[in-house]
Design a protein around this ligand. Sequence first.
Ligand code: NA7
Length: 545
Amino acid sequence: MRTEHYDVVVIGAGVSGLYALHHFRELGMSVRAYDDAPTVGGTWWHNRYPGARVDGPSAPLYGYTFSRELIEEWDWPETQAAQSDVLAYVQHVADRFDLHRDIQLETWIQAARYDESTQRWTVETDGGTRISAQFLICAVGALSTPNEPDIPGIDTFAGACLHTGSWPEEPVSFAGKRVGVIGTGSSGVQSIPEIAKEAEHVTVFQRTPQYTIPARNRPLEPEELEAVRTNWDKLLEGMKRPPPPDRPLAIQPGIGHSAYDDTPEERRAVYEKLWEIGTLGFVANNYPELLVNEEINLEVSAFIQGKIREIVEDPETADKLMPDHFYGTKRPILDDGYYETYNRDNVTLVDLRQDPIEEVTATGVRTASGEHPIDILVLATGFDAITGSMLRLDPKGRGGVSLKDKWSSRFHNYLGLMVSEFPNLFMIHGPGTPGVLYLMPLGAELETQWIADCVTRMREQGMGAVEPTHDAELAWDREVNAIAEKTLFPRTDSWYTGANIPGKPRHFSVHLGGPTYFHRIAAVADEGYEGFMFEGERSTGAASD
Ligand code: NA7
């Protein structure tokens, strides 16, 4: 088998992988990136389901920050860009920075193995190529491994069965079809109203009712884009600025004063105003107690429950839609007419808590109460989030140790970037990073820059390998958890805690500090990489076979 040699191999050509490729290449290293999709874009290629769009403001928050020219030249069309626009943006970045020449698409990395004698990783593609690299960057995506529910009989379904996270390339027509949708997270909430506009009938199978806030998506005005460009430096600084010490959690909202400074009537007026404005500002501009104080959270939750009752005409359907977890402790969702969709004659809601699925048949879904005839089944069942794609890769570290074994009961890592016994392997948006609860493109840039600084110093100092100590991992685990424990997050079953995947270790694995995290990892580097072990160079390893 032929072996290719690089300094750095990047797995994944989504938002994170593309930046890693660009950044390492700018530093003069030889880099090759691999992705199984037919185009760059990662998540934004795979999630092409109807209604898919970003839920933060597309400009400036959903975009790279590393190139001022890119900010100047890219016009986001809407406040919350649609999937096709984000994909076009990512493809533009790949063209603009000439990334394609170092990317191999439609290539699945099926094995990755560390060799202690050469201090290098060997990865193997499904096409039979072997690649050797000193550093392995896993930009495999935090929301990329679809959760395929293990429902009896699902393989016998005769119609199309589509997962929102691996949507077919060719357009799907729902016209005249009876569609079943399983799942009511962001993907279900975004797609159900769109599908209902076209389908003959939609049956929604809901396991957990959800809170959602109006997205209020609209075209971006040229003056708004201009304002982003004019104020870019200030905006960027704001995105990187750690929250003030009295607000240690980045996700903790900030209206500027405590909920208890206002009367209940004043608070109600605040919630009304935030609802009218919609967007994730409902969380970001809420009271600082929202995600840490049960009383205030329940008040906000009750406010949204009241909105559901106002919007949904049939009281029985409204009852079924009533969420009962702390608002915001599952990923907050934005919608365009989700609750209103249940007022349509062609939409039925099945509450799986009362009426569980027994099996999928060739022609429908059978719940305890009877059969629901279905022509197209949509699985909006989410992902094995944050850790799923690393586990699917299952790299083999020192002495052949498997990541699956290492992570069988807890996702040990240090700074969210490395795992002990896996030298020279770095993760982007891994467990223990702020990843999914920060600005994903900016977070990827900052993590990559930290990794590249580490690699650069190693090369300058003749170091061949780096890995964290297990003690550092244990301390990091405690640190990430201590932050989470100050909040209501760990008290809710969610994909942040792994509760959506049967058998997955329950482990809240997101660092809630946002920019504070990036200051923390910078301090570790500045203080001589405390918690890491470095090994001198054994061989260049670059000799060809
Ligand atoms: P989510 O948010 O994980 O939602 C998946 C939904 O599917 C959720 O309602 C789940 O219920 C439901 N689900 C999962 N498995 C089953 C089974 N076996 N039976 C019935 N229902 C099931 O994924 P999304 O794709 O919507 O969103 C993921 C993120 O992508 C999103 O948060 C944004 O950040 C972008 P549950 O709540 O687990 O009871």
